[in-house]
Design a protein around this ligand. Structure first.
Ligand code: PMP
Length: 381
């Protein structure tokens, strides 16, 4: 069967090529996966099951159940002092579906969206798929991969509508400072743009507190604040994300959902509401474990010739600079996989700024991480 032309020209991304290779191999230590290794807590599973037994087996409301929206509001107020009403919340199919619906609601053909490198790969297709034009913004590691106002100014055109922020970031694991975010906020205000701030790693910040972009004065009304329970509550398979946004945006997202997914799995919503209301201590305890793993892995990496890894800041990713090995990101990744059976992702899969880096997900036990570091060290010798 002949595929649509848009697919026949599309090559699998650097990330997908690694995933496909691993599937055909045995005994790989896999540090390429962006999901917590912990399974969902048993009481959350019970809450989902109770939902089913109580008869919550019907179509959900398009915007999401009120109790889940209330739970998201309460969670963000409790953890980050961010205040929103449940009318300003949309429950989505994972965090991943949010940009798709939000750009669908907001972009006109040709609108440009600033995409800060290195970026979470799907954003690019999500902008294009909704008629927008991604404008990659190169950044520098010494700035924590956050853009300076000059870098933004140089990339701005009268067609620029929006910018995507993602701190703590995937793949960089880096956190922008309040000063950097305030600078971005002043630029966004000056140019009358909207912001998609993907804060799905809000619970994993190892150095100080998470900064909620929408809390910066004047930003709430122009910010779409995206998050979800996949990472914080180890619920990737339940597919629950959520968005705080102005109500007119959410209204259009509901219309789009009515012919795409018709809302979100009812039982998962039931479990997510319970999770957001009851798991604060466990979320904190897991973040501590990720922080310890990242610290241990970073220290092992820094002892390897040609590798530099700054201290872990957030999320569960390290993004070491491997350029001192003389290998490109792709060469490093594929040789490490084939010769040492350790899977990481090439930094250039996340935009050109990622060249010279690889992404290491600390989403395995300490034992597996240390074994991977042993194998990587022998490979580099
Ligand atoms: N945003 C970022 C930055 C992510 O890393 C991910 C998952 N890797 C998502 C969104 C999507 O999360 P979910 O699994 O909830 O769809």
């Amino acid at each position: 069967m002949e595929l649509a032309k848009k697919f026949s020209v599309q090559k699998p991304s650097g990330m997908v090529r690694v995933f496909q290779a691993i599937e055909k191999m045995q005994g790989v230590l896999n540090l390429s996966i962006g999901e917590p290794d912990f399974v969902t807590e048993p009481d959350i599973i019970e809450a989902g099951a109770k939902g089913a037994k109580d008869g919550f087996t019907h179509y959900p409301p398009l915007q999401g159940f009120m109790n889940v929206r209330e739970a998201a509001c309460a969670y963000w107020e409790r953890h980050h002092g961010f205040k929103a009403s449940p009318d300003e919340v949309y429950i989505s199919v994972g965090g991943l579906h949010i940009p798709w619906l939000a750009f669908g609601a907001l972009l006109n053909p040709g609108d440009e969206v600033m995409l800060i490198e290195p970026y979470f790969t799907p954003y690019e297709a999500q902008i294009r798929g909704n008629g927008g034009v991604p404008v990659p913004i190169k950044t520098r590691e010494e700035n924590n991969f956050a853009p300076t106002i000059e870098e933004l100014r140089a990339a701005w055109t009268p067609k620029t509508r929006a910018i995507i922020l993602n701190y703590p970031g995937n793949p960089s694991g880096r956190v922008a400072s309040l000063k950097q975010l305030e600078e971005i906020a002043s630029f966004v205000e000056e140019k009358d743009m909207f912001v998609l701030s993907d804060e799905i790693y809000e619970s994993m910040v190892f150095n100080g507190e998470h900064i909620c972009f929408a809390n910066i004065p004047g930003m709430k009304e122009r910010t779409l604040l995206a998050s979800g329970v996949s990472k914080s509550h180890c619920m990737t398979g339940w597919r629950i994300g959520y968005l705080f946004a102005p109500q007119n945006v959410i209204n259009v997202m509901c219309v789009l959902s009515s012919f795409q997914t018709y809302g979100v799995n009812t039982l998962s919503q039931y479990a997510a509401a319970y999770a957001m209301n009851t798991q604060d201590e466990k979320v904190k305890a897991r973040a501590k474990i990720f922080g310890e793993r990242m610290k241990a892995v970073a220290s092992r990496l820094n002892a390897m010739k040609g590798v530099k890894c700054p201290p872990a800041e957030g999320a569960f990713y390290l993004f070491p600079d491997i350029s001192g090995t003389g290998l490109t990101s792709e060469e490093f990744t594929w040789q490490l996989l084939n010769e040492a059976k350790v899977a990481v992702l090439p930094g250039n899969a996340f935009g050109a700024t990622g060249e010279g880096h690889v992404r290491i997900a600390c989403t395995q036990s300490m034992e597996t991480l240390m074994k991977s570091m042993d194998q990587m060290e022998s490979f580099l010798k």
